[in-house]
Design a protein around this ligand. Structure first.
Ligand code: A2P
Length: 316
């Protein structure tokens, strides 16, 4: 399994199993199968609503011989726990659900704060604006989680280069990771370059285009990444599947990548993409597909009157 080397010196397996949209009732089998096949990196989040079941699968895998140190477990602080005093209790809840003593990586899911139970999508009056509760205040509490031994590394998710820069300037602990939407339609080359210059690693989420997103997060007539003709042609040439080409492309770019699947055959197929090598001409061809297309445009986190805007969110 290819690994990233974090600034701390620790290796992080580059190919992980995504669990967003994996329903309770499905995710237990998915995690057990993934670990059986060889995955050692599982990407989780409180907001996915399935951590207890992931935890059951992790506990059983460890009871049958997989060591905790072999596993890389990421989870994420949800937007409704950004008040500094809420951060450690939120992490403690995640650890309880996952049945772990520590996380390898804890990410701030979005640089956006909401209050209370936070409906989905949240109402305008449920937001806590960035002036009232800056993400830097939340970051300090995440740093305390590292000092308390509850998280080995911390980072952001959906963070722009500008916001990472702010964390680098104002934080005591530099972010180890930014997890962002990343695929051939949204190649984010400038963000990756920024991260590389500052020793921050990048994880690609929605690497297959996340076509199983809830309708509220979908636009009309979206282009389907898995059906892109150029990807299909490369897949045919390599005797691989389009999903494998997309995963191999993410690995070629030295990012981590977390394709989600709850299907045994596809979980295995995605893992086997780790052995696929793309040629320079494949990479050039895929490079041409960039169209800055966000499937997750963040609009639900920036409605008018919320104190947030898409310009603020993405800094572009
Ligand atoms: P399933 O869970 O039934 O396998 P993303 O990782 O970008 O969020 O994409 C996840 C979506 O892609 C899910 O609908 C998932 O369905 C599907 N998927 C995962 N692996 C493959 C694959 N190898 N081939 C086709 N579709 C896949």
């Amino acid at each position: 399994m290819q690994a990233l080397r974090l600034k701390s010196g620790e290796p992080m397996p580059r190919l992980g199993l995504g669990t967003w949209k994996s329903r309770p009732g499905e995710v237990y089998d998915a995690v057990r199968e993934a670990i059986r096949v060889g995955y050692r990196h599982i990407d989780c989040a409180h907001a996915y609503g399935n951590e207890a079941e992931v935890g059951q699968a992790l506990a059983e895998a460890m009871a049958s011989g997989v060591k905790r140190e072999e596993l890389w477990i990421t989870s994420k602080l949800w937007n409704n726990a950004h008040h500094p005093e809420d951060v450690q209790p939120a992490l403690a809840g995640t650890l309880r659900n996952l049945r772990l003593d520590y996380l390898d990586l804890y990410l701030m899911h979005w640089p956006v704060a909401v209050r209370g139970q936070a409906h989905f999508p949240p109402g305008v009056d449920e937001f806590i604006g960035p002036k009232e509760l800056p993400f830097t205040a939340t970051w300090k509490a995440m740093e305390d989680c590292v000092n308390a031994g509850l998280a080995r590394h911390i980072g952001g998710s959906n963070f722009s280069a500008r916001k990472l820069q702010t964390l680098l300037e104002e934080g005591r602990i530099a972010p180890a990771m930014d997890q962002v939407e990343l695929h051939p339609y949204l190649q984010q080359t400038a963000l990756i370059d920024f991260c590389r210059r500052h020793g921050i690693h990048v994880t690609a989420y929605s690497p297959l285009g996340s076509a199983d997103r809830p309708a509220v997060l979908k636009a009309d007539a979206e282009p389907l990444l898995l059906e892109d003709p150029a990807i299909a042609a490369i897949a045919k040439c390599c005797d691989a599947s389009p999903a494998q080409v997309l995963i191999a492309w993410a690995l070629e770019r030295d990012t981590a990548v977390i394709p989600k699947s709850v299907n045994r055959g596809r979980i295995r197929e995605n893992f086997e993409a780790g052995a696929l090598r793309l040629t320079d001409s494949d990479l050039k061809e895929i490079g041409r597909l960039d169209r800055h297309r966000r499937y997750l445009d963040g609009a639900i986190w920036a409605p008018p009157g919320s104190g947030y805007s898409l310009e603020w969110l993405w800094d572009e």
